[in-house]
Design a protein around this ligand. Structure first.
Ligand code: UDP
Ligand code: MG
Length: 221
């Protein structure tokens, strides 16, 4: 990366790490997510950014983002004009993130922030993408587990790119992986597919998936 070549940092890489949090009606979990995320990130580097994406929430999610930004210079937010769905919310975050590496994490603490150091270790080892793989799915209905399983079987059979099973969107991408994703002109985005499709060296980190910290799933069939 430019830094190691003795040039000035490009303007877009202002931070060592960007964390993108897509959020739709997450007022109940956002303060706790912010607390746990900050505790982890502060340990790791001084100039991280937390970039919230408000995906057309109808509760006080946006107000919480505003007040976090007002009290913490590490925080930024993007406010989408309506609810577009998580794929587009993530894309907006990836487009605006200015870190050397970017982490995508759910707001509801089902993706534990405490796993971030392991993602960073994988990055330091030289992997372009480090993704978290769930070894259990606490608090999810049998129907969701069954549909998820069937979905991955189907995808594996019809598509040329293999998408790892039991992997959500929780992952770290280094700058070149993010830049590759940004060049994909796909408007109907299925990010898990695109994350795999771009290639690069990828590493899995296993973890136990907790139930939602609060609130209900926004996932729809
Ligand atoms: N999300 C979003 N837009 C939506 C639906 C969900 O940004 O239209 C966010 C949500 O706030 C959360 C993440 O995507 O941060 C995952 O959503 P959820 O936890 O409801 O999905 P599940 O874990 O049940 O698959
Ligand atoms: Mg969830």
């Amino acid at each position: 990366m430019t830094q190691h070549e003795g040039f000035a940092l490009p303007v877009e890489n202002l931070y060592c790490l960007s964390v993108i949090v897509p959020a739709y009606n997450e007022e109940e979990v956002l303060p706790e997510l912010y607390r746990r995320l900050t505790a982890v990130l502060a340990e790791y580097c001084p100039d991280y950014e937390i970039l919230f994406v408000n995906d057309g929430s109808r509760d006080s999610t946006l107000d919480i983002m505003r007040s976090l930004k007002a009290s913490d210079p590490h925080v930024g937010y993007v406010n989408l004009s309506r609810n577009f769905g998580k794929e587009i919310a993530m894309t907006a975050g990836l487009d605006l993130a200015r870190g050397d590496a970017v982490i995508v994490i759910d707001a509801d603490l089902q993706d534990p922030p405490e796993l971030i150091p392991d993602l960073i270790i994988g990055w330091r080892e030289g992997f372009d993408v480090v993704y978290a793989r769930r070894v259990s799915r606490a608090g999810e209905s049998w129907l969701k587990k069954a549909t998820a399983r069937a979905f991955y079987r189907l995808i594996q059979r019809v598509g040329p790119v293999s998408i790892p099973e039991d992997v959500g969107d929780f992952r770290l991408l280094n700058r070149r992986a993010v830049d590759a994703l940004k060049q994909v002109q796909e408007r109907h985005r299925f990010m898990k597919g695109l994350f795999a499709w771009i290639g690069f060296s990828q590493k899995a980190i296993d973890y136990q998936r907790d139930a939602r910290f609060a609130g209900v799933t926004k996932w729809n069939y």
